[in-house]
Design a protein around this ligand. Sequence first.
Ligand SMILES: [Zn+2]
Ligand SMILES: [Zn+2]
Length: 417
Amino acid sequence: MKYSAPRGAKDILPHESALWQSLDEKFRKIFTLFNYKEIRTPIFEMTELFSRSIGESTDIVKKEMYTFLDRKGRSLTLRPEGTAPVVRACLENNLIAPDQITKLYYFGPMFRYERPQAGRQRQFHQAGAEVFGSSDPLLDVEMIILNLQLFNAIGLKNIEVDINSVGDQKCQPNYRAAIQRYFAEVIGQMCEDCQERYRLNPLRILDCKEEKCQPFIEKAPASVETLCDECARHFEKVIEYLKLRNINFRINNRLVRGLDYYTKTTFEIVSSLLGAQKAVSGGGRYDDLVEEFGGNSTPAVGFAIGIERVIEILKTHNPQPTTQSGLLLFIATIGEEAKRIGFDLVMKARENGIAAEMDYLGKSLKAQMKLADKTLAKYVYIIGEDELNKGAGILKHMGSSEQKEVKFTELFNNLTP
Ligand SMILES: [Zn+2]
Ligand SMILES: [Zn+2]
């Protein structure tokens, strides 16, 4: 019997995990600098949580969710994104209160049934942040800067910021109407998906990736033209503060993002290093979602980074130095009695915070030395019969090949990391 990972699911192998760990560590440091705290939500949720918030007419809900019935017939879904679960968790655990800012970040796997391709898997990972409690445009800008600083920390270059404003409850209907009027003329020449989108939610047409639809989409009205005064002022402030911080950005009128809950600011960070320009991260404001979930009206803004895409760029453009094993000590032994003492020393070393290893395959001394070399251990400590009698082994520094006799009891004092 031979098994393989399900299509679109990938193992992160030992030689790759160091990169994931370093990314995770650097991200956590930056999130902490910005005063965000981690939240970990379940990998599955009730299906309605996603279908209502992301939008029934979106591609995610219509064809990409991993939805199943549990043994009691409840419909559950593997989370396709992180925002809805975070909002749910905040309301359930009273993490959001009036006159209070709540800043959260998350890191974990998401699931979408899409055609697998480079940088896109069916199980993929996102790091994201959400901030609740203020409609201040400064927070929109903080989100963008946080995002850039995360990328800066891992050495991701050639990135650009695209921003747009999609308006709010007051002015979004005007935009929808403008879009509907515009596409009414041309929809017959567009793809089948777009025709369905036109019936269900015309804004979704702007997400279409079909080649033949692009000329029509490019000429579509821009959402910034239909903004109400409040939304226009908010957008102006965002731009003003981005300029204040010398952030390069461009206004992208097509940026409505593939989710229904966005209001006012939407943004994407795109990398020109992925061949065609592709978003490595995206987010925006969602001032109505908390209320839609049954909470008090609470403005919010967030983003999510696609980790696989980031890793793909880092692997191609920033080759990592070969990772050291971090092993300080390898103990090689000859004979049963030496092995007993060696095992005791390996365990004591680990108790003392020294990364150590030994042979468990009964290899010859020569083979053990080879193994020590392969594990990149800094020191090898050899215990044979002579050494047993003396209560001391031979300590060899693998880099310089220098060796000296060191008592069992003195071993740890003679190791320098
Ligand atoms: Zn189309
Ligand atoms: Zn508005």
